[in-house]
Design a protein around this ligand. Structure first.
Ligand code: NI
Length: 206
């Protein structure tokens, strides 16, 4: 066989070229579709949770990574809270008291104080423990607190003069339940009864 006619070579090149275009277009469609799917999923279910770095009353630092391998229940509040926090932690601790020990041992409750000015030292460490031994108190700088509050989609607002010691803080009252990988599983408010909290937690914790 001699040389291929020039036109056949050109046609072959064109075919190869258009195949390449098709492959690239297909790959682009896959990536685009994946991004669109991801965006849709995120829009449908806003992500709850994320990295955090906080300290306990002794100044020991804890990050979200320290709780991998166990369930982490996250609650935002402050120890001077007159009613909402005591109600939420009281109901939650009643649920924990009724839970099988092997399940309780797999979880930690992080009581994250949005009031680092007053919630320091032993006050922060002992507040949660007074309700249940699995409840630890954490707080941080205003930036660290705002980062974790925002990651969980929670809110808080000072009421009164925050420069005095006589102020209160309105805050989201939700217990967020994160799994062993730090992924959001479920949540409940302080209006849930201990029985409802217990039912939800026992069905989730493995
Ligand atoms: Ni409170």
């Amino acid at each position: 066989m001699g040389k291929q006619p020039k036109s056949a070579v050109v046609a072959g090149r064109n075919l190869l070229f258009s195949r390449r275009i098709a492959v690239i277009a297909f790959a682009a469609a896959l990536v685009g579709g994946g991004i669109a799917w991801q965006t849709w999923r995120e829009a449908a279910a806003p992500r709850i949770g994320g990295p955090f770095s906080l300290v306990d009353g002794k100044g020991k630092r804890f990050t979200d990574a320290d709780f991998r391998g166990q369930y982490l229940l996250v609650y935002f509040g402050y120890t001077f809270c007159p009613d909402v926090c005591p109600t939420a932690l009281g109901e939650l601790s009643a649920a924990l008291d009724a839970m099988p020990k092997e399940q309780v041992d797999k979880l930690t409750v992080a009581f994250i104080s949005v009031d680092p000015k007053r919630d320091i030292g032993e006050r922060l460490d002992e507040y949660g423990k007074a309700f249940h031994e699995r409840i630890i108190g954490l707080t941080g700088t205003r930036e660290e607190i705002d980062a974790v509050v925002s990651a969980y989609g929670a809110k808080y607002r000072f009421a009164g003069d925050s420069n005095s010691d006589d102020y209160s803080i309105d805050h989201t009252s939700i217990v967020y339940v994160m799994d062993k990988d730090g992924q959001f599983v479920t949540q409940f408010t302080h209006n849930a009864t201990p029985e409802q909290m217990l039912a939800k937690l026992t069905s989730v914790i493995r």
